[in-house]
Design a binder for this molecule. Structure first.
Ligand code: PLP
Length: 395
């Protein structure tokens, strides 16, 4: 029996089968590539489901983890520790100057944001507005916030107080708004929903409606944040400043960390006893996140993300004329969606066989989210593999 089969058998026997896994055991990652146990090298244009945004095992992250692990891995939030304070400062100065709460995942960051919104606003303001096609996580509150019925099946009843409106539709948002709304939660670019970019006017109107009704505006930047769009946060492509942003995925360079940042006047409502996380802000994950931010700064990765992202969309758009299954290519920075007229699962599997990892979301949208360190050559190689796969499938 091969080593790969032995690992798969272990999973079959002992790991709950709540993921659809491809039959490969991944043993190593470096930069834009990963390797499986059978020695295959894969070009990764969807690293770690959006987590490894500065590439796999970035040297700075590896070194920061080694150093911190030898000093202090974890100390609870009864005390202060340097990495957490330093990370909060780095994030604050790259966003709107708010204060941070640290946790371990995107869902937890959003959970904290929703709780803070209720804590900050008067009791009668208990409702949340979220957008159809959104994805905010899998805990009960964030799953309820996720306005996609396919994720709700079998889990009902969900939490009360959530209102869903069509994305990018200002009139529906206005109609749903009332003095009972605590917050509007939106992704500036819907990721799992299919790389749907919010119009600037829509975001401006959301800001205006929230101000008028004393509701908070929360932007879920779990997928868009920490440079993926060519700016630290996707909201910075507009003139709209939210009251709260949440982040996770790219933040820790592969370690588990999430964060919620709130404007100073809002952050104060999260008082001792109202919320907590045992692992939140642990020194190891914070040291990794600091290394991620320093790498982005010192290696000019924001600029690279913007430039490479444009280049990728240009190369992918060239495929539109060649392959009729491609309807359009859209996105910002390194978040690109390729809208297909067919289900994309087969294309993803065949691309993997050919040495390229991409993803398909919402059945018909291929997601192309290269790491920020990718070169034009690697993008061109990826597009060439995809081109070959689509050509082969047309035969
Ligand atoms: N919010 C957004 C926009 C996401 O894309 C995701 C995950 O894909 C989440 C929240 C949930 O994050 P996590 O899986 O870390 O809980």
């Amino acid at each position: 029996m091969t080593a790969t089969q032995q690992t798969i058998d272990l999973f079959d026997k002992y790991v709950i089968g709540n993921y659809t896994r491809l039959p490969r055991v991944i043993v190593k990652g470096q930069g834009c590539y990963f390797w499986d146990a059978d020695g295959n090298k894969i070009l990764d244009m969807f690293p770690g489901w959006g987590v490894s945004a500065i590439g796999h095992c970035h040297q700075r992250v590896v070194e920061a983890l080694r150093k911190q692990a030898g000093q202090l891995i974890h100390m609870d939030n009864t005390f202060y520790c340097d990495p957490q304070g330093k990370l909060a400062g780095l994030l604050s100065t790259r966003a709107f100057g708010g204060k941070c709460f640290f946790c371990n995942s995107g869902a937890e960051a959003n959970e904290a944001a929703l709780k803070l919104a209720r804590l900050h606003t008067p009791q009668k303001k208990y409702k949340f507005i979220t957008a159809e096609g959104s994805f905010h996580g899998r805990t009960f509150a964030t799953l309820t916030a996720t306005a996609q019925p396919k994720y709700h099946k079998g889990i009902m009843p969900l939490l009360p107080g959530f209102i869903y409106v069509p994305f990018n539709d200002t009139q529906s948002l206005e109609a749903a708004m009332s003095d009972e709304v605590a917050a509007v939660m939106l992704e500036p670019i819907q990721g799992e929903g299919g790389i749907n970019v919010a119009d600037e006017k829509y975001l401006q109107h959301a800001r205006h409606l929230c101000d008028e009704n004393k509701a908070l505006l929360i932007f879920d930047e779990v997928q868009t944040g920490i440079g993926r769009t060519g700016k630290w946060f996707a909201y910075q492509h507009s003139d709209v400043v939210p009251d709260i942003i949440t982040m996770a995925k790219s933040l820790g360079g592969g370690t588990a960390i999430g964060a919620m940042m709130a404007k100073n006047e809002v952050a104060g409502s999260l008082t001792p006893g109202t919320h907590a996380s045992t692992f939140g802000g642990n020194s190891l994950a914070c040291a990794a996140a600091i290394a991620v931010i320093e790498a982005i700064d010192e290696e000019n990765l924001l600029e690279n993300a913007a430039e490479i992202g444009e280049y990728a969309r240009q190369k992918l758009t060239e495929l539109t004329g060649k392959h009729s299954v491609i309807k359009n290519v859209r996105g910002i920075g390194l978040m690109t969606g390729i809208q297909l007229s067919v289900n994309g699962a087969d294309i993803v599997s065949k691309a993997l066989e050919a040495g390229l990892r991409i993803n398909c979301t919402n059945e018909t949208v291929l997601r192309f989210m290269p790491p920020m360190i990718a070169t034009k050559n690697q993008i061109a190689e990826a597009v060439e593999i995809l081109d070959g796969v689509l050509t082969e499938m047309q035969k």
